[in-house]
Design a binder for this molecule. Structure first.
Ligand SMILES: Cc1ncc(COP(=O)(O)O)c(C=O)c1O
Length: 370
């Protein structure tokens, strides 16, 4: 069994943070944020990048920038975390949950079309686990229905499909830098957009509308503090320099696990689409065993962290705040979550850790008979 490439160097990660601290306190300081935004735009070939305090804030600011407000409906996959839907609700709009296709993990466009009404303004595709749906299908659907696309690319930094980079399919792409993402700064997020007005709105939105976009007056509207702290911007910038190596490392970890699990009873790696360049955010395994969700929970108890077992990931439309007796649940999303073992990795997971995960999965799958 082959090993992993060397862990991307961590020396110097804190140097920028120390430099940022040297300039503090400075209530107006934004030097490191500005530098980080510049580097993001060039890394992701986007005209603008706006750094914010979290992925949730990125979605909140982007949806605000396209004018989402009370009375509007926004299509959101049920196959997501609550953070995708929360900003829609905070803006006074309604998330309308759309199913996903268990065969591809992409949106179920027939279900999406059936859920469009005169109030639907936008669609927020989510590249869960870094897996990206077909961008051409998404663009064609949004254009036909007159919807704006705001991507939730929180887990998808580095993924692309048909040469379209995650986060650049529609009006804006929203990313998270939360600890555990491949590109991380502890907490944080950013927006990619080619639309300078959208970027100006997001910058005003992240800072109480103190520096308004053209055509607006300071504090003309209520916004919030969604700024990225300067030391975190410096840390994010240092990690952005390691990003190609971090991606390579994550993909090598995933390949190693797949090889180690070959022949494991009832466990098969899910393959990305042929035109997809997947960032391997979470190694994905189909569970072909009885009571698959209980198996994922059992693995979590045995020290193998995974999306459903460790973080009780359920379809968003089944969360208590969204359930409604008049709506049919999104069964495709439920099936995907029940049958997918999405392993949670970090860059600190060495070959020894991965081999332990593989050994536990293999042993427990062989013994699983409930
Ligand atoms: C798919 C998805 N969307 C949105 C978010 C929200 O990002 P944050 O935690 O940085 O607010 C996350 C974070 O984990 C996520 O995984």
């Amino acid at each position: 069994m082959t090993g992993l490439p060397p862990l991307p160097a961590r020396e110097g990660l804190g140097e920028g943070m120390v430099a940022a601290l040297a300039g503090m306190p400075d209530p107006a300081g934004a030097e490191f944020t500005t530098r980080f935004e510049h580097d993001l735009a060039s890394t992701f070939s986007s005209r603008e990048a706006v750094a914010v305090s979290s992925g949730t804030t990125a979605l909140h600011a982007a949806l605000s920038a396209i004018g989402i407000g009370p009375g509007d409906e926004v299509l959101v996959p049920a196959l997501t975390v609550v953070m995708t839907a929360a900003p829609v609700v905070l803006l006074g709009a309604t998330p309308v949950f759309v199913d996903s296709d268990p065969g591809t993990l992409d949106l179920d466009y027939a279900d999406a079309a059936a859920k469009v009404t005169a109030r639907t303004k936008a669609i927020v595709p989510v590249h869960l686990w870094g897996r990206m749906g077909d961008p051409a299908k998404l663009r064609a659907f949004a254009a036909a229905q007159g919807l704006t696309i705001i991507e939730d690319a929180a887990q998808a930094a580095g993924s692309s499909r048909a040469d379209v980079t995650a986060g650049t399919v529609g009006a804006a792409g929203c990313f998270s830098l939360k600890d555990g993402k491949i590109l991380w700064s502890g907490e944080g997020g950013f927006i990619l957009t080619d639309d300078s007005q959208l970027a100006a709105h997001a910058r005003a939105f992240r800072s109480h509308w103190l520096q308004p976009p053209p055509g607006s007056r300071p504090q003309e509207r209520i916004a919030l503090n969604g700024r990225l702290a300067e030391p975190l911007a410096a840390l994010a910038q240092a990690n952005l320099r390691r990003f190609p190596a971090l991606l390579e490392y994550r993909c090598a970890q995933t390949a190693h696990l797949s090889r180690a699990l070959e022949g494991t009873r009832g466990i098969t790696p899910l393959q990305p689409a042929t035109d997809e360049k997947w960032n391997c955010y979470a190694p994905l395994l189909h569970i072909g065993l009885p009571h698959p969700r209980a198996f994922a929970e059992h693995l979590a108890q045995q020290g193998v962290p995974n999306s459903t077992g460790s973080f009780t990931l359920v379809p968003c439309d089944t969360r208590p705040m969204f359930t409604s007796p008049d709506r049919a649940p999104c069964r495709g999303a439920a099936q995907i979550l029940d049958r997918t073992l999405a392993l949670v990795l970090t860059e600190r997971d060495t070959v020894a850790v991965l081999d332990r995960y593989a050994a536990v999965i293999t042993w427990e799958a062989a013994a699983w008979c409930t």
